[in-house]
Design a protein around this ligand. Structure first.
Ligand code: ADP
Length: 563
């Protein structure tokens, strides 16, 4: 009896101890984020009995009873991981432990990653797998982080390759082609179009238009004439993703203009934005419906920014090259001007020297005449000296005048061209009367915006020349008028029926000191002066003439540029 009581007490104590331990274990496993399991299989490999504890229900959404009593595993296991699970089972059946990572599908359809070690329980007697045990944990977050980091590594690699492709050369077109090749490695690209918009001309210029690898050279097209998706992306400055452009609802909500039909369904349009302005559109398309996910679109947006930088770079380069050409042209122009200046100073010193040499020569002769008392010869030579000094004086006056153009400015004003003609004719009326020349001035001449004294100088020179080079004309006539307005310019003319100018001299006469007849009066500065003044007003001057048939000098003036 005593013994029985003693063993009862011991039993009770052991039971209490066991219960306490079990309670402790229950408490621990209840707060565990993992679950542990022991499963025993029958000979068919079905679960005979088992024990699961921990966060099983939270992780899988199935209760332990459901799991132990039914064939839930085959329902839970993600179809893509069936093969991996079979491989694990093969190893366990060879008495090897495994580390598995699998996806399970919860009752609510959510997918979770679970992972952990699974150990075999080996039946030595029958040499078979009697069961398994192990601990499993929810590794979904870890897996997602891994996936994300893998994705961003892939993205980084792609971006790196693309930036290499985009910055390797200087030809945007070649760079874009290389870029599309890279892009195809990470997503479906059945069509790739990229273009830049010229807002002023309303022209969309394609840099690249690839459909099914076929590189189509499309001419620039107007966007405003048929407002399509490109226009929508450009004007909204927002990425547009249409999973199916054939969908009637999509067609109702968007205006879809198909430029070249290649059976595309998925459409992504991304604006190319530079300094807050949409300058172009990049579009990636696929024949399958809904070919792209958010991450890919985000990646394309990053790439679009890269494309903008590259295109800006090429544009700047082009601008730089353009400026270089302009600079070269300017340099050339300066060289030409320099040469002209050199010629000019040579001619000036030469022309000024001629009368001086004359004067010096005649002074010698004059002193001899004085000594010999030859007053007649003295007076004749004296007249030559006076003529030479006059000529020098005229030359210096003309030169001074020429140098003042562009330096000394009178304020331009609106004035009737007719009044300028009257003033000029008045100045040269001596020669006109002397040669008995009839002057015809067209009526209703327009108002011009000019430096008045200078413009009178132009007309005075042209009319004076017309009179001067009249020759033996019996019915001398000078006609002044205007031919009308074209491209914002008036064309005026001064026509004579004098000796005319052979075509080979038409350019030369506007040069400095260029006289066709060395014996003629005048310095050869007049037309150079006229040309300078006309050009200074933004106009051009030329002559139409043939020897013996009179000359017509034309010049243009801008239609009131101040207005
Ligand atoms: P110049 O002082 O010699 O008149 P210009 O520069 O005015 O100098 O003219 C240059 C040359 O062009 C003149 O020497 C003359 O040979 C020729 N020329 C100018 N105007 C006429 C004209 N209306 N008819 C014929 N020849 C002209």
């Amino acid at each position: 009896m005593w013994n029985f009581l003693k063993s009862l007490i011991t039993y009770n104590e052991r039971l209490k101890d066991l219960q306490a331990r079990e309670e402790r274990y229950r408490l621990i496993t209840s707060v565990m984020s993992d679950y542990a399991f022991v499963l025993y299989f029958d000979e068919q490999g079905k679960i005979r009995e088992g024990w699961i504890d921990g966060a099983f229900e939270q992780i899988t959404s199935y209760s332990r009873e459901e799991f132990l009593n039914g064939d839930v595993w085959s329902i839970m296991l993600h179809p893509d991981d069936v093969e991996r699970d079979a491989e694990d089972n093969r190893l366990l059946a060879q008495n090897q432990k495994v580390y598995n990572e699998l996806r399970i599908i919860r009752k609510d359809g959510k997918i979770r990653w679970v992972g952990g070690y699974v150990y075999p329980i080996w039946d030595e007697q029958h040499n078979r797998l009697a069961g398994i045990y192990g601990a499993t944990r929810d590794i979904t977050e870890q897996k997602q982080a891994e996936l994300l980091s893998m994705q961003s590594t892939n993205e980084m690699t792609l971006l790196y390759k693309i930036s290499l492709a985009l910055s390797s050369g200087q030809d945007l077109y070649q760079e874009l082609r290389a870029f599309v090749r890279e892009l195809k490695k990470v997503m479906v690209v059945d069509a790739f179009h990229i273009g830049f918009y010229d807002e002023e001309k309303d022209l969309f210029n394609y840099s690249l238009f690839l459909n099914d690898n076929e590189d189509l050279k499309l001419p620039p097209r107007s966007l405003k004439k048929s407002l399509g998706l490109t226009w929508e992306v450009l004007s909204k400055k927002q990425t547009l993703y249409l999973p199916n452009i054939d969908d009637p609802q999509t067609q109702k909500e968007h205006n879809i203009v198909i430029v070249v039909d290649a059976g595309m369904r998925s459409y992504i349009g991304i604006p190319l934005i530079s300094q807050d302005k949409a300058i172009g559109v990049m579009s990636v398309q696929a024949k399958e419906v809904d070919a792209y996910h958010a991450e890919q679109i985000r990646l394309l947006e990053t790439i679009a920014a890269q494309v903008v930088i590259t295109s800006e770079k090429s544009r700047l380069l082009e601008q730089l090259q353009q400026e270089l050409i302009e600079r070269k042209n300017l340099l050339h122009e300066m060289e030409v001007k320099n040469a002209e200046l050199e010629r000019f100073s040579y001619t000036v010193s030469h022309d000024l020297k001629t009368p001086l040499v004359t004067i010096r020569g005649f002074l010698g002769l004059m002193s001899k005449s004085v000594l010999s008392g030859d007053i007649e010869a003295f007076q004749r030579d004296m007249a030559r000296v006076v003529k030479a000094t006059d000529r020098m004086n005229q030359l210096l006056k003309d030169l001074l005048e020429l140098s003042r153009i562009g330096r000394v400015l009178n304020e331009k004003k609106n004035i009737s061209f007719g009044s300028l003609v009257s003033a000029a004719v008045e100045i040269v009326h001596g020669r006109i009367q002397e040669k008995n020349i009839s002057i015809y001035v067209q009526e209703n001449l327009p108002i011009v915006f000019v430096d008045q004294p200078r413009m009178i100088e132009v007309l005075q020179n042209l009319v004076d020349n017309a009179a001067k080079y009249m020759g033996e004309q019996k019915d001398p006539k000078i006609e002044i008028g205007f031919e009308g307005e074209q491209n914002g310019e008036y064309t005026f003319f001064v026509r004579d029926n004098g000796i005319g100018i052979a075509p080979e001299h038409h350019e030369r006469i506007f040069g400095l000191f260029n006289k066709l007849d060395a014996e003629s009066e005048g310095t050869g500065v007049g037309l150079a002066l006229v040309k300078r003044i006309v050009e200074f007003h933004g106009g051009r001057i030329w002559v139409k003439s043939e020897a013996g048939l009179g000359s017509t000098f034309y010049f243009t003036l801008p239609v009131n540029p101040s207005a």
